[in-house]
Structures are given as structure tokens and as C-alpha cells.
Design a protein around this ligand. Structure first.
Ligand code: FAD
Length: 387
């Protein structure tokens, strides 16, 4: 079922070659510098056009699917998960526009995302509410001049303030304050819109070279034409975006897990202990075998979710299981890899310590592990409430 076609293998090979040659050797410095690597992002897209993979040809894309994009993300993450995440978010926002955007929005904003010359963000999370999306308070109010005025604060938003950020997709409440159930809408707010301030970049444990900022909105004005989808559909669209992003985040976690396994096997074959190689010690073999099983089960769930997403049959359960399993496993695999590397694994010179820091957030972002398990339990028919 999961045998890749020759074209898919070729794509995987192309991205792997590029990522191992151009990205992996820079990952240490990128983490230290903690700056989004714009030049590298532009170069990758000029040279191998990764961001174009899942978009329709009419927008400049290659017309492939979630599976091919996931294969590319996995290979990028095997070299540097942080870079893969930045690509993933840009592509996810573009796919949101491709699915829900108006003709004007697609014509104006999509080609640059597809060509990989711009990035965008999707801003749901607020300081007081992340998982609890019903708790968002950023509000868009229709003015007498017909414009929407948006006021509020978004927190931890990836790709929101890079020098090639073209827009932020802002989720805002548009129902009346008296409405018992708040309704949200999604607005495409171009970079540089008056009333929008991009806050200082966060100092993070991992994903240090991804571009993450708070966004402050103080009466930012946009017209009706900047609403993505229909009024009141914001939460639905954000949830849909998160669902397809679950395939990509699963691939991000899987790529890093594979890198941990690659490094651990190589280290165990080389390092001597007790008159033999580390890999000749049965307890080390057990750790590596456990890692391999975790990587393979992650791959099976990630591939199943991506393939079914392309066929339009991916269930909420399958997407949640893939995201939950791949992200939880990547922390476990990185931890085992550190154990295999011993004290060296704890040093910043060793990529494993960065892998452990980077992948930790995959269990929190895009629907935390707790939220995924609640979704899984609900899909299994248990009495779960999200409100
Ligand atoms: C580096 C980084 C990049 C990010 N990028 C983006 C982005 O681009 N766009 C965006 O919108 N957001 C982004 N986020 C935010 C991220 O999606 C949120 O952090 C995440 O959704 C969790 O929300 P929270 O931090 O408010 O935690 P909370 O929702 O406050 O949760 C805190 C803890 O409680 C648990 N919890 C919450 N509710 C329940 C419940 N009902 N039952 C059981 N446990 C529960 C959670 O699992 C978590 O462990 C990013 C965050 C980081 C750190």
C-alpha cells in the first residue's frame, strides 16, 4: 500500500540530496544565529522548487499532493526540522488560500508563496487562549465606511515577521459581543498594514531559526475583499488548515526521528566500548531497535494520513493519530538517540541535543498531544467536550 512511485522516489531523492548538501551543514549555525534564513529559503525554491509541489498548475504549482509535499518536508526535517517547519507553515497558508481564498486573493498572493519568494502565517493563538479556540478575543468590527477594523493580540505566530512575510491570516471574532456563541472570520492582512505591529522575535528553546512573533492589532483596517471564505467560517477554515497541516507536522517529526536513527546507528558502529563497538552491546542494540520501530510506525501512520488526504478519505481519527504518534515518538526517539550518544549527545556540538530541543514543541503546536488524544477518544465514541 505504501510503495512510492518512481516519480515520488525521484522527488524524495532530489530533496534529500539538496537538504543533506545545503541545509544539514548549516543547521548548527542557523540554530545559534536564531534568524530565519531568508537567502537559503529563496535559494531552495529557486533550485528545487519545494514550495510549488502541492499547488495547482494555474497558480504556478507542480500539481502534486499532500503525500509528495510530506515526502519533501520529511527530507528537509531530516536535515533541519526548523527549516522544514517554516516551509510547512508557508505552504499551509498558501493551501488555505488555494482552497478558501477569492480569485483576487489567489491571483495577488498565491504566486509568490508558490514560487517560494514569500511566506505567510496563520494566526490563531492568543496570549490567553491556544487550544481553547473559542477563547479567542481578537475582534473585527464593521465600520461605517464598510471597512473591517481588527483589534487584538496574537501570540507565537510562525512566519509573521520575516523580511519576506507577505501576509498574516488573522482569525478574529466577527459576531456581536452579545452573541452567546462567538463566530470568527479569517482575514488576509497584508504585511505593512497600518495598525499592525509585529512584536519582538521570541527567544525559544528550539525551532530557533523559525520566525516567531506576537502580532498586535490596533484598529487594523481591511475591506470585505480581504476576508478569506465567508463571514463566520474562520474557525472552520482554521480547523481545516490544522487538519492538513497535521500531515505535514507528522512528516516534520518523522524526518527528525529518522535523523536521530541515522546518527545513532553511525555512532554505535564507530564508538568503541568494552573492547567492541557500542553497537555490539545488546542494550544499545535494544535502544536502536526500539528507535527503528518508532520511526517505522510513525512512517506508516504519516504515509497513510497523507495518501488518504490526497484521496479525500483521511478521517479526523487518522489525522489525529498520525500527528499524535509521530510527534510523541520523535521526542522519545530523540531522547533514546541522546542516550546512545552518551555525554557527547548532551553537547551542543552534537546535533542530537538540538533535535531533542527542536522536536519538543511538536507535541504542543498544531493541536497538542492532549487535544489529539481527546479527538481520538471522541472519534472512538467517548463523551468528550471541547467547550
Ligand atoms: C514555536 C511556536 C510556534 C507556533 N506557531 C503558531 C502559529 O504559527 N500559529 C498559531 O496560531 N499558533 C502558533 N503557536 C501556538 C501553538 O499552536 C499553541 O502553543 C498551542 O496550540 C497550545 O496552546 P497554548 O500554548 O495556549 O497552551 P494551552 O492551550 O494553554 O494548553 C496548556 C496545556 O494544557 C493542555 N490542555 C489545554 N486544554 C486541554 C484540555 N481541554 N484537556 C486536556 N489538556 C488540555 C495542553 O495540551 C497543554 O499541555 C506556536 C507556538 C510555538 C511555541
Amino acid at each position: 500500500m505504501f510503495e512510492l512511485t518512481q516519480d515520488q522516489k525521484n522527488l524524495q531523492h532530489t530533496v534529500r540530496e539538496w537538504a543533506q548538501a545545503e541545509l544539514a551543514p548549516r543547521a548548527y549555525d542557523l540554530d545559534k544565529e536564531a534568524q530565519f534564513p531568508t537567502e537559503l529559503y529563496l535559494r531552495m525554491n529557486r533550485e528545487i522548487g519545494v514550495c510549488a509541489i502541492p499547488f495547482k498548475e494555474e497558480h504556478g504549482g507542480v500539481g502534486l499532493g499532500v503525500l509528495e509535499m510530506s515526502l519533501a518536508i520529511e527530507e528537509l526535517a531530516r536535515a533541519d526540522q526548523t527549516f522544514a517547519l517554516s516551509v510547512m507553515v508557508a505552504v499551509a497558508t498558501g493551501l488555505t488560500l488555494q482552497t478558501f481564498g477569492s480569485d483576487m486573493q489567489k491571483a495577488k498572493y498565491l504566486p509568490e508563496i508558490v514560487a517560494g519568494r514569500a511566506v505567510g502565517s496563520i494566526a490563531g493563538t492568543e496570549p490567553q487562549a491556544g487550544s481553547w479556540t473559542a477563547g479567542f478575543t481578537t475582534r473585527a468590527t464593521k465600520q461605517t465606511d464598510g471597512q473591517w477594523s481588527i483589534t487584538g493580540e496574537k501570540a507565537f505566530i510562525t512566519n509573521s515577521g520575516a523580511d519576506i512575510t507577505a501576509y498574516n491570516l488573522i482569525c478574529a471574532v466577527t459576531s456581536a459581543p452579545t452573541d452567546p456563541k462567538s463566530k470568527m472570520s479569517l482575514f488576509l492582512v497584508p504585511a505593512g498594514t497600518p495598525g499592525v505591529t509585529i512584536g519582538k522575535s521570541y527567544d525559544k528553546l528550539g525551532w530557533r531559526s523559525s520566525d516567531t512573533h506576537p502580532i498586535y492589532l490596533d484598529g487594523a483596517k481591511v475591506g470585505d475583499e480581504m476576508m478569506v471564505g465567508n463571514e463566520g467560517d474562520g474557525r472552520y477554515i482554521v480547523h481545516k488548515t490544522y487538519q492538513s497541516a497535521r500531515c505535514f507536522l507528522s512528516a516534520c517529526a518523522l524526518g527528525l526521528s529518522q535523523a536521530c536513527l541515522d546518527h545513532s546507528i553511525a555512532y554505535a558502529k564507530d564508538r568503541q566500548a568494552f573492547g567492541r563497538t557500542l553497537g555490539g552491546l545488546q542494550l544499545v542494540q535494544k535502544m536502536i531497535a526500539d528507535m527503528a520501530v518508532k520511526v517505522e510506525t510513525s512512517r506508516l501512520l504519516a504515509r497513510q494520513a497523507a495518501m488518504k488526504a490526497d484521496q479525500g478519505t483521511a478521517s479526523i481519527l487518522e489525522l489525529a493519530m498520525a500527528k499524535y504518534h509521530c510527534c510523541e515518538m520523535s521526542s522519545e526517539v530523540a531522547d533514546l538517540a541522546l542516550q546512545v550518544h552518551g555525554g557527547f549527545g548532551f553537547m551542543n556540538d552534537c546535533p542530537i541535543s538540538r533535535y531533542l530541543r527542536d522536536t519538543r514543541i511538536t507535541r504542543i503546536g498544531d493541536g497538542s498531544s492532549q487535544i489529539q488524544t481527546m479527538i481520538i477518544a471522541k472519534e472512538l465514541g467517548l463523551d468528550v467536550t471541547f467547550t
